[in-house]
Design a protein around this ligand. Structure first.
Ligand code: NAD
Ligand code: IPM
Ligand code: MN
Length: 370
């Protein structure tokens, strides 16, 4: 029987609350899918800082390197607002992305039929929406050097972040975009700001060159990222795959989340390059949302983004397409039955707890599996 090692990193705030529900799904799959999942749980973010003084230890990094996949909750919160920048909770996540070389971040935004009225946008704008934001995850202004605050001679301070992209970094993310588009509706929209940024000029040139040389069959369009943000809320169904840099991808995917009804709906997969010998990729799966300090501890967070992230792990790391469809189908069934966590419920509508939503999804999986 196939067996996989999962490293679970619940993190902070609602992270552990939504992770408990993904564990429920893992236990069900372990018992029913014919595949064994071995799990190990460790600290990351503020909870790691409180114990170890860093947001992730070298030991945990080693376990992450060796795992078949990392399942990540969320990190951060006001408790750690004053800790030094280098050891902030978010640094744990950034180290995982950088050291595991998870350069390709897939953020699908799907509007489930039952949620077409939960979005802040009109039903006709979001109904049937199925787009994929592909965010470059290990380059750009997140990691470019210098990155510092220096004190000038006159006592003033100067803060610097540096946006850097190389040809290689843009080529590899462009290839992932075109490959993904071929398996979808065959269209890629590349977003940058070539009108003001040198990195945008190079991004545009490299994506164009990769397209011409290797993927001329895919439809490619270029959009300035600010206009892209506007188009995302004007008529999002014009898009199929959007490929963009680390920072624009961060912002545009939070915008896209609201097209689906709630930030609590958006899963993500962060993938490395396939190992030339084994074909296996390093991978981390996490919801797009954060630790939601405003609702943490109340047991009302929506676990769907977390559970759908596990669904992506089944699809992209374990070649378990049917099990992934089962998870996605169960989520659709539960939403269709009217079950809603508070973030999705209409005014006056009853809502369920995080746990009740997790239980309902596992029940729906069992029902579908017969
Ligand atoms: P957030 O995503 O945590 O919350 C934004 C809003 O969305 C809040 O009102 C929250 O209640 C709501 N929300 C988010 N997830 C939800 C869910 N599953 N169910 C119901 N409602 C949900 O963003 P923020 O408040 O800007 O950031 C809080 C902290 O989280 C910060 O420290 C930030 O750095 C961190 N963060 C971490 C990650 C991550 O770990 N991947 C991602 C984003 C933000
Ligand atoms: C995300 C988050 C992270 C990011 C933070 C927590 C480092 O906002 O995954 O979207 O900015 O990439
Ligand atoms: Mn973000």
């Amino acid at each position: 029987m196939a067996s996989y090692n999962l490293l679970l990193l619940p993190g902070d705030g609602i992270g552990p609350e939504v992770m408990a529900e993904v564990e429920r799904v893992i236990r069900w799959l372990d018992a029913n899918s014919g595949v064994h999942f071995e799990t190990e749980t460790d600290l990351v973010g503020g909870s790691a800082y409180d114990v170890h003084g860093v947001a992730i230890t070298d030991e945990t990094m080693k376990t992450a390197m060796a795992a078949d996949a990392v399942i990540f909750g969320a990190v951060g919160g006001p408790k750690w607002d004053a800790v030094p920048y280098e050891v902030r909770p978010e640094a744990g996540l950034l180290r995982l992305r950088k050291d595991l070389e998870l350069f390709a971040n897939l953020r699908p935004a799907i509007c489930y039929p039952a949620l077409a009225d939960a979005s802040s946008l009109k039903r006709e704008v979001v109904e049937g929406l199925d787009i994929l934001i592909l965010r470059e995850l290990t380059g750009g202004v997140y990691f470019g050097e210098p990155k510092e605050i220096v004190t000038l001679e006159n006592g003033e301070k100067r803060a610097v972040d540096t946006q850097v992209y190389t040809t290689h970094e843009i080529e590899r993310i462009a290839r992932v975009a075109f490959e993904l588009a071929r398996a979808r509706r065959n269209k890629v929209t590349s977003m940058e700001k070539r009108n003001v940024m040198r990195s945008g000029v190079l991004w545009n040139q490299v994506v164009t060159a990769v397209h011409k040389a290797e993927y001329p069959d895919v439809q490619l369009e270029h959009m300035l990222a600010d206009a892209g943000g506007m188009q995302l809320v004007r008529w999002p169904k014009q898009f199929d795959v959007i490929v963009t840099d680390n920072l624009f991808g961060d912002m545009l995917s939070d915008v896209a989340a609201m097209l689906t009804g709630s930030l609590g709906m958006l899963p993500s997969a962060s993938l490395g390059a396939p190992d030339p010998a084994t074909g296996k990729r390093k991978a981390l799966y996490e919801p797009v949302h954060g630790s939601a300090p405003d609702i943490a501890g109340k047991g009302i967070a929506n676990p769907i983004a977390m559970i759908a992230s596990l669904g992506m792990a089944l699809r992209y790391s374990f070649d378990m397409g049917e099990a992934a469809d089962l998870v996605d189908g169960a989520i659709a069934d539960v939403l269709a039955s009217g079950t809603r966590t508070a973030d999705l419920a209409a005014k006056g509508q009853n809502s369920v707890s995080t746990r009740e939503m997790g239980e309902a999804i596992v029940k729906a999986m069992a029902k579908r599996a017969g």
